[in-house]
Design a protein around this ligand. Structure first.
Ligand code: ADP
Ligand code: MG
Length: 403
């Protein structure tokens, strides 16, 4: 494996690190610094090894040119605060400020370059344009470390093309993600239970396709479950329904039965007559999944189903969970999600591997007050982890593993 040790002695070497520092901002205030914290161990490992560390990262979606709204300056400042030492900041990515900043580094120092997406070469679909930008980036460093898991599914200059130009290695954050995701796809310890929810079936087709023959049990909740219930012949009222996915859901149900994969759908659901909004107090009512009133919509799995899902998880040795069981953002519809999260923590305590993937699922776990350490792994890169589980090749990983 191309880990940092494979790069040899880093004393005095300029190391370009691709980190994921794409944090939520309110103006220039960072509202959640989780990604900055997660990037620190690799930066310290390199700094302790005597490297001159140059961090390249993006923030938001600027349109290929500088936009002060998306400056990484506040992120560099927070990184400095968290590290308790100065962090240099270059006001461009490959221009004079970057060259000067990198030239000024001493062994062990850390610098952050301005938002890499201020350069249209970063995300260009044109290989030559991206390559030319990667050439400029490569001039700033001797070696490259890929540590931004949230972007490894992107064929971008600072993720992919740069690794073709410099000796490269995987940082610890990316290595840990890849290790966990491989444990979910190659020889998972059994019983292996997959829990799927969230809003749409159509968002998750690739994951279902790839995991349906690997899992022993598939538990389905969230908005997507109503298309499955409808496919079984139930009326779902005003619930979220993807009519064009009915045949697909029928096929999954048949395929699972053929392969001996147990599929669990809720037998009762929590409904209301309107989607929750600020103007109206929720009026949750529990009804059988086969008797959803025409004027109601399902917003959570019911209490008996939540208990059945927890029971189905109780002997699991491996669990992958993606997608909340209900509209967890509103307390009245958060119990199903809470029960599943709780069951995952118990799998962890019993020595099994529990993995939470997906941006909203990770947010749900935090919002509901669970300790992140109670889960085996919470994926930092929603899109990248789902693409991995769909069996897609991730360009930013493949480029590091090529011979
Ligand atoms: P993730 O980001 O973890 O992959 P998704 O983006 O697929 O998850 O889905 C998360 C969203 O699904 C949440 O905002 C949640 O409110 C919504 N959701 C869950 N259950 C329902 C439901 N029954 N009806 C409508 N939306 C739902
Ligand atoms: Mg989401």
């Amino acid at each position: 494996m191309s880990d940092i040790a494979s790069l040899g002695d880093l004393t005095g070497k300029r190391v370009l690190v691709r980190s994921d520092l794409n944090v939520p901002l309110d103006g220039t205030t960072i509202t959640d610094d989780g990604r900055i914290r997660a990037s620190i161990p690799t930066l310290l490992e390199l700094s302790d090894a005597g490297a001159r560390v140059v961090v390249v990262a993006h923030l938001g979606r600027p349109s290929g040119s500088p936009d002060p709204k998306f400056s990484l300056r506040p992120v560099a400042a927070r990184l400095s605060e968290l590290l308790g030492r100065p962090v240099a900041f270059a006001t461009d990515t490959v221009g004079p400020s970057a060259s000067e900043t990198v030239a000024g580094l001493q062994d062990g120092d850390i610098a952050v370059l301005e938002n890499v997406r201020f350069n249209d070469g970063e995300t260009s679909k044109d290989d030559a344009v991206r390559g030319a930008f990667a050439d400029q980036l490569a001039q700033l460093a001797d070696v490259f470390v890929s540590d931004g898991f949230g972007v490894v599914h992107r064929k971008q200059a600072s993720v992919y093309d740069i690794a073709l130009r410099l000796p490269s290695a995987m940082g610890g954050l990316v290595a840990a993600e890849v290790d966990v995701l491989r444990r979910l796809t190659d020889h998972p310890e059994r019983p292996y239970v997959v829990v799927l929810g969230g809003s749409k079936v159509s968002d998750k087709l690739g994951v279902i396709d790839n995991l349906i023959d690997k899992a022993d049990k598939l538990l389905i909740g969230g908005g997507m479950v109503f298309t499955f219930l409808k496919a079984q012949g139930h009326e779902v009222g005003k619930s979220l329904l993807e009519a064009d996915q009915l045949d697909t859901c029928t096929r999954y149900l048949t395929e699972a039965a053929d392969r001996g994969v147990e599929i669990l759908l809720p037998t009762e659901v929590v409904v209301d007559t309107a989607f929750p909004s600020g103007d109206r107090e929720p009026q949750p009512v529990v009804v059988p999944a086969s008797e959803i009133p025409a004027d109601a919509l399902g917003l959570d799995i019911g209490p008996e189903s939540a208990a059945a899902f927890a029971a189905a998880l109780s002997d699991a040795r491996t669990v992958f969970w993606n997608g909340p069981m209900g509209v967890f953002e509103v307390d009245a519809f958060a119990d199903g999600t809470r029960a599943v999260a709780q069951a995952l923590t118990e799998v962890t305590s019993a020595g099994g591997l529990s993995v939470v993937g997906g941006g909203d699922s990770a947010a749900a776990v935090r919002q509901l007050g669970f300790d992140e350490a109670a889960f085996g792994h919470i994926s930092t890169g929603g899109g990248a982890s789902l693409e991995f589980l769909e069996g897609k090749e991730l360009p930013g990983i493949a480029v590091l593993e090529r011979d």
